[in-house]
Every structure is written in structure tokens, then in C-alpha cells.
Design a protein around this ligand. Structure first.
Ligand SMILES: [Zn+2]
Ligand SMILES: [Zn+2]
Length: 338
């Protein structure tokens, strides 16, 4: 993997006379960032993965149910809403942002195996694929950012960068053997290898959804008998699973789309990555994406005092507790350039 990281770092181009910081003044795109891109060759000819498209559409429809007037009146519970917000942190931030992204993809810190596996399990509860496949896609994104081989550049189109790439077959991500070279470090661990077989990660997602729904039924039963059991089970399933899963999905997708289109740039990276405060707020710090492309391994994505990065606070806490070690900080020379 070190070869992947070092390749990317060597691609960072800094202008000889770096633009000084003037409020929101943006460093322009490098000359070799194209305005528009064709689809990656590996997805051509386009072939939809129906199972993925149907599951994602169904999850959106169930999530939307929560806001339909009749269903809202029947389904809404404060506990369901609180669990949705809490789940956004627990599953979204701990699972995807800290687990899948900063730990597994970029090795921004090391931690005990049980903790790494636990974060990966939380990550699987967001319907965002297995850890190995997610990491492979993201490492390929860093290797070919905003070039044709980038699996999800919004320079193809906003919709492609946001969600299109998820539902179309990609020849490399089709089979584990094809993307294994990107994730040799993960697949050496039997835990991650097993999850690739028979959609093991999907079973984790279904198990967590069933557990939340069952817990809702139990809480409802004790607060008002059988009819409340049904209402709470439905409420928690819709709010704490579907609504939250959809929100976390769009958060992650926004990093790929919005944070490669709108925002400002601290660094002259050879891609269109931007720092986008709205995405950063919604994804617990992932929206400082231009900083991240400039220094992919750093566990902290906020490089300026006001670039708040909640995930970094949690990693710092883990470090303070002795659970995170070898925490990678932004390179000193970057702060001088920014
Ligand atoms: Zn990116
Ligand atoms: Zn990354």
C-alpha cells in the first residue's frame, strides 16, 4: 500500500510561488485537470446492477415514508428521531469516516484489532459495501482523482459522481480477485476476507436492522402493549435504519460529488477536490476534501483552526485513551503552503 500512497503524494503539485491565503480565495485547478471527463472505460458499456439499484431505491422510498403526512403522524417517535441522529454519529462517523476511510483506507492511525474490526462492523451498517470493496474503490479514486480511471469523478456529471457509479457494473470491482491488488493489506486478515464471500457484509447490515427493529418492539410493548410494539418497531425501522442510512449514504456521496465541484482549495492538488464546509458539517469533517487529497494519510482533515473536524476529535480522544497509536498528523510543510 505504501506504494499507492507514495505515488499519490508524488502527484501533488505545488505552484513554485504558492498563492497566499486571502479569505476564501481559491487556488485554481492544475492545468491537467480536464473540464469534462468520459466515463471510465471499465464501466463501458454501461450495465446496471439491478440488485443494488432496487435495494437503494427501496431504502429511499422507506426513508421518504417517514415524511408522508399520514405515516408521519403514525410513525413518528422522539426515540426514533434521537436514534437516527445518534446513528448518524455512531454508524456514519465511527463506521465510515473513521473506520472505513481514515483507518482502513489510509492507515491514518493504528489500533487494536478488536477495535478496527468493531469500527468496520459499524461501517457495514450503512449499506456502503464491504470494507475491502469500499477501500479498493476509494484507493482507486485517490490514485486517479478526476482522471478517466477515477471510479466516481463528478467531472463526468454530477449525478455520476454522486450515485451513478454505485449502480453500474465496474469490471474491476466486479470480482474480489480483480480488486484484491488494491487491498492486499485487508484481505490478509481472514475477518475481511470472509466478508467478501456470500455478501457477508450485507448480513451484518440486515442483522443490525433487525436488532434495531426488535429493540423498538420491546420498548413499544413495555410502554403501551402490542399496538405500540408494532408502531415503535416500524418507527425505529424507518427512522433509525432507513432515514439514517439514506442520510449517511448521501453524506458519503456528497464528498465524492460536491467536494469535487464546489468550495475553496487550500492546495494545488492535481484534481478538482475542494473544501466544502456544508459537506464537512454533514460528514463529521470529511468535507475538507482538498486538504485530504493534499495529504491523504493525515488522520486530521481540518488544516486550519476553523476547519472543524469532529472525526479528528474522536481520533484524538482514542489516542488519549491509548487506543489509537501512530496517529498521522498533517505534514508541517503543508501548513506553510496553505
Ligand atoms: Zn476525492
Ligand atoms: Zn481518502
Amino acid at each position: 500500500m505504501s506504494e499507492l500512497f507514495s505515488k499519490h503524494e508524488s502527484e501533488i503539485s505545488l505552484s513554485p510561488d504558492p498563492a497566499p491565503w486571502h479569505g476564501n480565495a481559491a487556488i485554481p485547478l492544475a492545468h491537467d485537470v480536464p473540464e469534462r471527463l468520459p466515463l471510465p472505460t471499465e464501466v463501458q458499456p454501461l450495465k446496471i446492477i439491478w440488485s443494488t439499484a432496487i435495494v437503494l431505491t427501496a431504502m429511499h422510498l422507506v426513508g421518504l415514508l417517514a415524511f408522508m403526512p399520514w405515516f408521519f403522524a403514525w410513525l413518528f417517535t422522539w426515540s426514533g428521531l434521537v436514534l437516527a441522529i445518534l446513528g448518524h454519529f455512531v454508524f456514519g462517523m465511527l463506521g465510515v469516516t473513521i473506520g472505513y476511510h481514515r483507518l482502513l483506507t489510509h492507515h491514518g492511525f493504528t489500533c487494536p484489532k478488536w477495535l478496527g474490526h468493531s469500527l468496520a462492523i459499524l461501517g457495514m451498517c450503512n449499506l456502503q459495501d464491504s470494507p475491502a470493496r469500499w477501500v479498493a474503490v476509494h484507493r482507486m479514486h485517490h490514485r486517479h482523482s478526476d482522471q478517466q480511471a477515477d471510479p466516481h469523478s463528478p467531472l463526468v456529471s454530477f449525478l455520476w459522481g454522486h450515485v451513478g457509479w454505485v449502480v453500474y457494473r465496474h469490471k474491476i470491482f466486479d470480482r474480489t480477485i480483480h480488486y484484491a491488488p488494491y487491498v492486499g493489506d485487508l484481505l490478509r486478515d481472514p475477518f475481511y476476507l470472509r466478508l467478501e464471500r456470500n455478501n457477508g457484509w450485507l448480513l451484518v447490515f440486515l442483522a443490525h436492522a433487525a436488532a434495531i427493529t426488535a429493540a423498538g418492539a420491546v420498548v413499544g410493548y413495555f410502554s403501551g402493549g402490542a399496538s405500540e410494539a408494532l408502531r415503535y418497531a416500524a418507527s425505529w425501522a424507518v427512522w433509525a435504519v432507513a432515514v439514517r442510512t439514506v442520510l449517511v449514504l448521501h453524506g458519503t456521496w456528497s464528498v465524492n460529488s460536491l467536494a469535487h465541484m464546489f468550495g475553496y482549495r487550500n492546495y494545488a492538488t492535481r484534481d478538482a477536490s475542494t473544501n466544502n464546509w456544508l459537506v464537512a458539517l454533514f460528514t463529521h469533517g470529511e468535507g475538507w476534501h482538498n486538504n485530504h487529497h493534499a495529504d491523504p494519510q493525515a488522520a486530521s482533515h481540518g488544516h486550519r483552526w476553523w476547519e472543524l473536524d469532529m472525526s479528528w476529535w474522536v481520533i484524538s480522544l482514542l489516542e488519549g485513551l491509548g487506543l489509537a497509536k501512530n496517529v498521522v498528523r498533517p505534514k508541517a510543510w503543508l501548513s506553510q503552503v496553505a
